[in-house]
Design a protein around this ligand. Sequence first.
Ligand SMILES: Nc1ncnc2c1ncn2[C@@H]1O[C@H](COP(=O)(O)OP(=O)(O)OP(=O)(O)O)[C@@H](O)[C@H]1O
Ligand SMILES: [Mg+2]
Length: 254
Amino acid sequence: MSETKIKISDLHKAFGKKVVLNGIDLEVAKGESLVVIGGSGTGKSVLIKCIQGLLVPDSGSIEIDGEETVGVDKHRQEELHSKMGMLFQGGALFDSLSVWQNVAFSLLENKKMPAKEARTEAVRVLRQVGLAPDVADLSPSELSGGMQKRVSLARVIATRPEIIFFDEPTTGLDPIMADVINDLIIETVKGLGATALTITHDMASARKIADKIAMLYQGKIIWQGTVKELDKTDNPYVKQFINGSSHGPIKVEI
Ligand SMILES: Nc1ncnc2c1ncn2[C@@H]1O[C@H](COP(=O)(O)OP(=O)(O)OP(=O)(O)O)[C@@H](O)[C@H]1O
Ligand SMILES: [Mg+2]
């Protein structure tokens, strides 16, 4: 039996009259890689923000390691947050800091690690994502998009998170670089023994990095299964989404 890392039950979140999450049930096992797919505006980012404690759900439960996290005090919320890492869409690197300072940001700011030690650690983690030590002193703006993605990934793994969120990790990369990043994601997640939750529209990436895929539609998880099951499903919503067709039960609101 695998241990449950994240357990979401009957989660609801609305903004005014707009219901975004309407009873989400989802479990992620420890060390598992879950990919959430779903159209633009279906609430994928809202779901991640609720798990991270950045948005407060209206009702429902989010357990991490068996502990209820909805409604805990600020101090506990911060402790829980420190177990998590997030690879932002676009990387979100600080251009005013060097590459190594970006990678070591949390080590310097939160863990108060001495600069020399933090730099050594940053160079070590950069190597793990395939970057040579000579990029450490460059500015992120001097790097290609693919290299920036690697630096962002290095920044995430430097904190050794137990849970990592990937928001559109391959967007904006060419197919080959996207695949390199997919491989790195798999390697680093497995290396850390982390639990991963990824949001993506890139089905090639989803197929590659997912142990399990879940589809979000109209506020609910309407389907979940393995990649193998994805290819065999008769679910018309899932089929339409993975085939990228404008014809089917999913109507796009324009
Ligand atoms: N802070 C907020 N206040 C009001 N509405 C919000 C807020 N955050 C998200 N929403 C709304 O919730 C809905 C879901 O947004 P969300 O960003 O989760 O979509 P998404 O599935 O991540 O889409 P995409 O694939 O385009 O990133 C949208 O209609 C959005 O406008
Ligand atoms: Mg989003």
